[in-house]
Design a protein around this ligand. Structure first.
Ligand code: GDP
Ligand code: IMO
Ligand code: MG
Length: 449
């Protein structure tokens, strides 16, 4: 039986949470396999809004098991906060959540390191991280000697290893900020006791997850993999160094969960109908003008985790064609289409001009992307509000043209269209291409820079 994967194809916040919540209806197990509390996934249902960070967005449905695998870096305080929030609002978590004993644990020193370094690069630029200790925790995982996995918190040797790591970290933090105490109060005993408390609180949720998922896959139980961040933030394949510290494209599913790719037979690439990015790094189609402001206001483009205003721009088909291929995407979900309403013209970037040369392949070097000037194709917009549309046939013709063109440029069918945050504001397209084909776009050939 199938495994489905939902992966963001841009720089995160593509509305993966909304889609995962919807698809959970047809899946028994929902899996978070990378990233950590840097993720902020929103689900809106029946007028209620849920913000989830580490717990999979499937948790709101009954009869679902939510698994956080060893590929995730886990901040225990954050998980406990989410469990309390959910239980406090009447959602059962007990018996539905499994946390991998292999997941690496985020400690206060990781957040302090994140704050001190603040993603600063030798170039003087800043990554603009979420400050959740993600990079430092993954760095310790790869380095091995200063790392703790969730299972380590239950070992009799925890105090001893904790003291050793604490000493090293204290020296590192003092050296990083000579004469200045780190922001966080790293009181040895208090932190140790705090983490022992977290371990007790989470004891019933912690266990093995890899064999659990392999058993499930091999016995045909439907699995749903929930990607965090977006493929352009992938540590290996994204816009390095302006990336996160995990494989946030489709390539991360197998390594993060332990479930081989052969068990995944449906990869849904999630895209916003335009582009957004939070933090530093190139965004070739950025609109630092009235268009960008229109998108930010209508799309409420402010970070779920850090509340930072998101940078906004036109849809970039060069970047998303690359990430669709990278993630093995079968079909596309175009989200926040309603936000484009009211714009007279819409632009889609179909190629870059880099130092005079026209390229349609996503560059591997950040300097090339920083210099990329987008080459746009212009399509007509639509004045109508889409938020009440529930059938494809009721979409304005220009809206259908727009999503068809995206599908064409990315070489994949658009099977889902979202026109508002609520579960109900979703259109599932029957068959592809659209049953009633769109008239051709008269402006399609009109390329502008
Ligand atoms: P995620 O990190 O990919 O799960 O996405 P976020 O939750 O961080 O950001 C997506 C935002 O868009 C959330 O505030 C959603 O409630 C909202 N949203 C989702 N789908 C739509 C849509 O179709 N239209 C509009 N206007 N908002 C949407
Ligand atoms: P979801 O799952 C958008 C960005 C940060 C920063 C860079 C590195 O909600 O889509 P990190 O704290 O991971 O070291 O920061 O990555 N970033 C995200 N941007 N959505 C996210 O998650 C993000 N998680 C990290 O803004 O630029
Ligand atoms: Mg988000």
């Amino acid at each position: 039986m199938p495994g489905t994967c939902v992966v963001g194809l841009q720089w995160g916040d593509e509305a993966k949470g909304k889609l995962v919540d919807i698809l959970t209806e047809d899946h028994e197990i929902v899996v978070r396999y990378q990233g950590g509390a840097n993720a902020g996934h929103t689900v809106v249902s029946g007028g209620e809004t849920w913000k989830l960070s580490l717990i999979p967005s499937g948790i709101l449905r009954d009869g679902v098991t939510c698994v956080v695998t060893g590929g995730v870096v886990l901040d225990p305080a954050s998980v406990i906060g989410e469990i309390d929030m959910l239980e406090g609002r009447g959602v059962t978590v007990a018996g539905k959540l499994r946390l991998s004993d292999r997941a690496h644990v985020v400690f206060p020193w990781h957040m302090a390191e994140d704050a001190i370094l603040n993603g600063s690069l030798s170039s003087g630029e800043s990554i603009g991280t979420t400050g959740r200790g993600i990079g430092p925790c993954y760095r310790d995982k790869v380095g091995r000697s200063l790392a703790f996995r969730l299972g380590d918190l239950y070992r009799p040797t925890f105090r001893e290893t904790f003291d050793h790591v604490f000493d090293v970290k204290q020296r590192f933090l003092e050296a990083s900020r000579p004469g200045e105490m780190p922001k966080l109060d790293l009181d040895r005993n208090a932190v140790f006791q705090q983490y022992c408390g977290y371990a007790e609180r989470l004891r019933d949720y912690v266990g093995e997850t890899t064999n659990f998922l392999l058993d499930a896959a091999e016995t045909g139980r439907p699995l749903l993999f929930e990607g965090a961040q977006g493929a352009l933030l992938d540590i290996d394949h994204g816009t390095f160094p302006f990336v996160t510290s995990s494989n946030s494209s489709g390539v991360g599913v197998a390594s993060g969960s332990g479930v081989p790719g052969r068990w995944i037979n449906r990869v849904i690439g999630v895209i916003k109908a335009y582009s957004t990015r939070v933090g530093g790094g190139p965004l070739p189609t950025e609109q630092d003008n009235a268009i960008g402001e229109h998108l930010r206001q209508r799309g409420r483009e402010f970070g779920t985790v850090t509340q930072r205003p998101r940078r906004c721009g036109w849809f970039d088909a060069v970047a998303t064609r690359y990430t669709s291929r990278l993630s093995g995407v079968d079909e596309l979900a175009v989200m926040l289409l309603d936000v484009l309403g009211g714009l007279e013209e819409l632009k889609i970037c179909t190629a870059y001009r880099i130092r005079g040369e026209v390229v349609d392949r996503f560059p591997s070097q950040i300097e090339d992307l920083q210099e990329a000037e987008p080459i746009y194709e212009t399509l007509p917009g639509w004045p109508e509000e889409l938020t009440d549309v529930r059938r494809e046939a009721d979409l304005p013709v220009n809206a259908r043209r727009y999503i068809d063109r995206i599908g064409e440029l990315l070489g994949r069918p658009v099977s889902i269209v979202s026109v508002g945050p609520d579960r109900a504001q979703t259109i599932f397209r029957e068959g592809f291409p659209a049953t009633a084909p769109c008239p051709p776009n008269p402006q399609q050939e009109q390329a502008t820079v």
